[in-house]
Design a protein around this ligand. Structure first.
Ligand SMILES: Cc1cc2nc3c(=O)[nH]c(=O)nc-3n(C[C@H](O)[C@H](O)[C@H](O)COP(=O)(O)OP(=O)(O)OC[C@H]3O[C@@H](n4cnc5c(N)ncnc54)[C@H](O)[C@@H]3O)c2cc1C
Length: 362
């Protein structure tokens, strides 16, 4: 089976790897370079955590962890660093999350605010806290490059600077056309174009947002290795934070507001300009809640989030096209597993979970 995979971010590279591993004839088409900074899979730090209100996703993380180990075994490289994770805030419900983790078999502790403050004096919590030590941080960019290389080693062809402008189905085959006038005919196409998906398939119910993240220095650099990731959800402002890793020169914590940015038509419209109002909100947040950080960002970036209304991923096949948008700001942690799920969808081996399907495809 000849399959073109459009987009070499986490989703596309993982899919190309899994398909090539299974013997498909794969061509991976990327408008720029794998894990380029205009997409969503660049840089060294994404949160890997098990605590989801929905048990479906918590169990999926357990499965995904095995796939990360497989990727590490296949490459001899390390993409995961254990840091542990905290969940707190008036609209986070640590008790409910603890129940989900029990069901998923993930070790955790529920702590009173005072106990958490003693353990993590750099973080000022505002209520009970869920701690699960198995969480960590994954290196997104290194994973994309590794999965692209594994795909290539398994026989895939990778074309960089190959922008797909049209996908046309006819007579059971699909033609993929490029901006330079090239054409490729295959049996099936996987569209893993991230924030550019609305340009290629406007009917898919995915919206695109320009968000931003800020790096704040640790007051005590000797404590850098002790900082966990966290999710703090409360009315008015919800934040996430993680050690910034290589991107932040290993000397700071990345802090960002969930949905603190604005909607854009597609990733092409990301102007790269950080909103000064959002920067100030995060500085104020660090002053109030993160006394272990110096409230002066030393690095900042805009980034593209693709979102669905219910925060579920979109993975489904219509005709000879599989759409894959593992998005809403939480898709990175599942990448090697999603590659297998998307490959199953593309080859007809198994349908994705009902949660991932397009409304019209049921
Ligand atoms: C700032 C930020 C923080 C995040 N934090 C977390 C986190 O902590 N934990 C977590 O689990 N997830 C997180 N996520 C989500 C996760 O990173 C994304 O779900 C994931 O990277 C999406 O990957 P993708 O392959 O779908 O999209 P992308 O990485 O954007 O890849 C799409 C690729 O398609 C290419 N492309 C687009 N159009 C075309 C075309 N026409 N022709 C050819 N190529 C094309 C693009 O150049 C790009 O390389 C975060 C995302 C962002 C942006």
């Amino acid at each position: 089976m000849r399959i073109a995979v459009v987009g070499a971010g986490l989703a596309g590279s993982a899919t190309a790897w899994r398909l090539a591993q299974r013997g498909a004839q794969v061509t991976l088409l990327e408008r720029a370079t794998p894990a380029n900074p205009q997409g969503s899979s660049h840089g060294s730090a994404r949160i890997f955590r098990y605590a989801y209100p929905d048990p479906f996703y918590a169990k999926l993380v357990v499965e995904a962890r095995e796939h990360w180990s497989e990727l590490e075994d296949a490459t001899g490289a390390t993409f995961f660093r254990k840091t542990g994770a905290l969940d707190f805030g008036a609209v986070r419900d640590p008790h409910q999350l603890a129940g989900v983790l029990t069901e998923a078999g993930v070790d955790h502790e529920l702590l009173a605010a005072e106990e958490a403050a003693e353990r993590w004096p750099g973080i000022r919590v505002d209520g009970p806290v869920l701690w699960h030590p198995a969480a960590g941080v994954i290196d997104a960019q290194a994973a994309v490059l590794a999965m692209t290389e594994l795909a290539r080693a398994a026989g895939a062809t990778v074309h960089e600077n190959w922008t797909v402008t049209a996908v046309v189905e006819s007579g059971g085959r699909v033609s993929v056309r490029s901006a330079d006038g090239d054409e490729l005919t295959v049996d099936h196409v996987v569209l893993a174009a991230g924030g550019w998906l609305p340009e290629l398939m406007p009917a898919v119910p995915v919206r695109v947002r320009q968000e931003q993240a800020f790096h704040f220095p640790y007051r005590d650099p000797a404590e850098a290795q002790r900082w966990p990731t966290f999710v703090h959800k409360r009315a008015g402002m919800s934040t996430y934070s993680l050690p910034g890793g290589r991107d932040a020169d290993h000397r700071g914590q990345k802090v960002a507001e969930y949905f603190g940015g604005s909607e854009i038509a597609s990733a092409s419209a990301n102007d790269g300009i950080v909103d000064p109002g959002n920067r100030q909100r995060l500085v104020d947040y660090v002053v109030r809640h993160l006394p272990g950080l110096i409230p002066e960002p030393y690095a900042e970036t805009t980034c593209v989030f693709t979102c669905t209304a219910d925060e579920n991923f979109v993975i489904d096949t219509v005709g000879a096209v599989t759409v894959a948008s593992p998005c809403s700001g939480h898709g990175a942690k599942f990448a090697p597993l999603l590659g297998a799920i998307i490959a199953d969808a593309a080859t007809g081996r198994a349908r994705p979970a009902a949660k991932f399907r397009l409304p019209s495809a049921d």
